[in-house]
Write a protein that binds this ligand. Structure first.
Ligand SMILES: Cc1cc2nc3c(=O)[nH]c(=O)nc-3n(C[C@H](O)[C@H](O)[C@H](O)COP(=O)(O)OP(=O)(O)OC[C@H]3O[C@@H](n4cnc5c(N)ncnc54)[C@H](O)[C@@H]3O)c2cc1C
Length: 499
């Protein structure tokens, strides 16, 4: 049975259908073919090419890559810039305090990690996958889940020509159904198919709500005299202060390119807070401005980051498939790293599916995968930091640095969290306060040199959308923005009205 109002589609059968050519999906594809070259494996990627939708610029913990392709160096992986210098600062408005490395929990240490362009890493992973015989279809979104009762049987791919109201337009193409013995969902954070599956099968029941941050990144070409290849800087404090959790990262990559970004936790109370402008303002801090002055912004991007961690992982397997990487939320928040866990999740899922298929199974639950994630390397990585985000939400920056630091130290040494297992308690939306309780925040106007207005910066994201394509964000009740959000949460500021 297929949940669709559109014409019957042709179908193709695969052993494993993978949605998303991110680090999780590509690692799964590679591992499947390493185990059994005869398995038929297809990867669908909605970006025009692999890597097009990956927010590049990351510090990669190579633990997943080492396990997947141990000779990655010899194979020319674009993983070349080893971290040489690791710094953590707490910023005030006009200055900064460096937190020395010695009291930092060992897991926060970036030595042994690499500064990479994840877009390039994904393109290289795709080449490795194709060499093994994986079929990769870029430019092809999986737009619907194909259900057989409560089993996920496949996805619809390549449906095109829908109008903005979701009805077929004159150039409508129904696409195809791709059926798999198992379907892996590797869409990244808050993907539409993952949301549908999690909701329909209640996969989050009994788990804490997922939490999110908004991450923004810019790549800058800086004055060569200021560039220090391999240098990593993380900051907290100004400009967010007590208004919100979050912080920045500055990675000196290669060729005078610096990847600079800012994350704002979305459980802030003050509805006047504008994450984008916090990022722009951050670049005017003397320490950051000094680095950027005389440089050039090359690109911009923004996307959500999952922050719920261990306690927010939903059930990871369901009849006919699994959730990979950030489709389930596998980011280690204090480390701001999720690529290593995404890769390991792909490997674990592949191993579980290959074993099941070899045993003649199909379409059932891969509960071995669920167990491997919770009790293996990913679970261990996430458990150690499980109290950092709840401590931050409850007590703010300094107490959470001390409490979270102690808990991470304890967990690193003994494997147990001295604070136990704290809960998030509520969703980010439930944390938002009413505008009447807060004063508007007066953000300085972007100067066009270090800071930029949002529309100009969006042009540097190089994203492309058809004017008439249906919007994937759907309002459940279209009257709410005017009836509730505007009067109660003051959503009439320039950045919402486009003035
Ligand atoms: C600002 C920011 C900074 C970060 N910094 C780091 C860092 O320094 N180090 C680190 O390790 N991690 C970092 N992360 C986290 C890291 O990006 C994620 O953990 C990682 O990308 C998860 O990999 P994934 O494969 O699950 O999903 P993704 O990397 O998001 O890949 C998903 C892919 O699926 C595609 N897709 C989605 N839906 C569909 C669909 N329906 N059909 C077809 N294709 C689809 C997307 O286009 C995308 O290519 C950062 C995240 C953010 C937001």
């Amino acid at each position: 049975m297929t949940d669709t109002n559109h014409p019957a589609r042709e179908s193709m059968e695969y052993d494993v259908v993978i949605v998303g050519a991110g680090p999780s999906g590509l690692s799964a594809a590679i591992r499947l073919k390493q185990i059994d070259p005869d398995l038929s494996v297809v990867v669908l990627e909605k970006g025009s090419e692999v890597g097009a939708h990956i927010l590049s610029g990351a510090v990669l913990d190579p633990i997943g890559l080492n396990r997947l392709i141990p000779d990655w160096k010899e194979r020319g992986a674009p993983v070349r810039t080893a971290v040489t210098d690791d710094n953590f600062y707490v910023l005030g408005e006009g200055g900064q305090v460096r937190v020395p490395n010695w009291p930092m929990p060992r897991l926060m240490n970036n030595h042994g990690n690499y500064i990479v362009s994840m877009g390039s890493v994904c393109r290289w992973l795709a080449e490795q996958a194709e060499e093994l015989g994986v079929e990769i279809f870029p430019g092809m979104a999986a737009s619907q889940v194909v259900w057989d009762g409560d089993r996920v049987k496949g996805v619809v791919a390549g449906e095109m020509g829908l109008q903005s109201d979701g009805t077929p337009g004159p150039n409508y193409e129904p696409g195809m159904e791709l059926h798999g013995k198992y379907v892996f969902i590797g869409e990244g954070v808050r993907g539409s198919l993952a949301k549908e599956i999690i909701n329909r099968l209640n996969l989050s029941e009994g788990h804490e709500p997922q939490k999110y941050g908004l991450g923004m990144k810019e790549i800058w070409e800086v004055d060569p005299s200021k560039f220090q290849k391999g240098r990593v800087v993380h900051t907290m404090g100004w400009p967010l202060g007590r208004n919100a959790g979050g912080g920045s990262f500055i990675y000196h990559y290669e060729d005078n390119l610096v990847m600079l970004g800012f994350v704002v936790h979305l459980n802030y109370e003050n509805p006047y807070l504008y994450p984008y402008m916090e990022f722009q303002r951050f670049k005017h801090h003397p320490m950051v401005a000094e680095l950027l002055e005389g440089g050039k912004r090359i690109s911009y991007g923004a996307r959500a980051i999952s922050e719920g961690g261990y306690q927010s992982l939903p059930e990871l397997s369901f009849a006919g498939g699994v959730l990979l990487g950030c489709s389930a939320g596998m980011v280690n928040v204090p480390r701001i790293k999720g690529n290593h866990n995404a890769m390991i999740s792909g490997i674990e899922a592949a191993e579980a599916a290959a074993a099941a298929i070899a045993a003649g199974r199909e379409g059932d639950r891969l509960s071995d995968y669920d167990t491997a994630v919770r009790t293996g390397a990913i679970g261990q990585d996430l458990r150690k930091v499980r109290n950092v985000k709840p401590a931050w939400s409850r007590y703010g920056l300094w107490p959470s640095l001390i409490l979270g630091g102690m808990d991470m130290w304890g967990a690193g040494l003994t494997g147990r969290n001295i604070l136990g297992g704290w809960k998030h308690g509520k969703t980010d939306a439930e944390a938002t306060g009413k505008a009447a309780k807060f004063k508007p925040i007066d953000y300085p106007k972007p100067d066009g040199k270090l800071s930029f207005d949002r529309l100009t910066n969006v042009a540097f994201s190089f994203t492309n959308h058809g004017e008439s394509q249906p919007c994937h964000l759907k309002l459940k009740d279209p009257t709410i923005p005017i009836r509730v959000n505007l009067p109660e949460y003051a959503l009439n500021r320039p950045w919402f009205t486009g003035e």
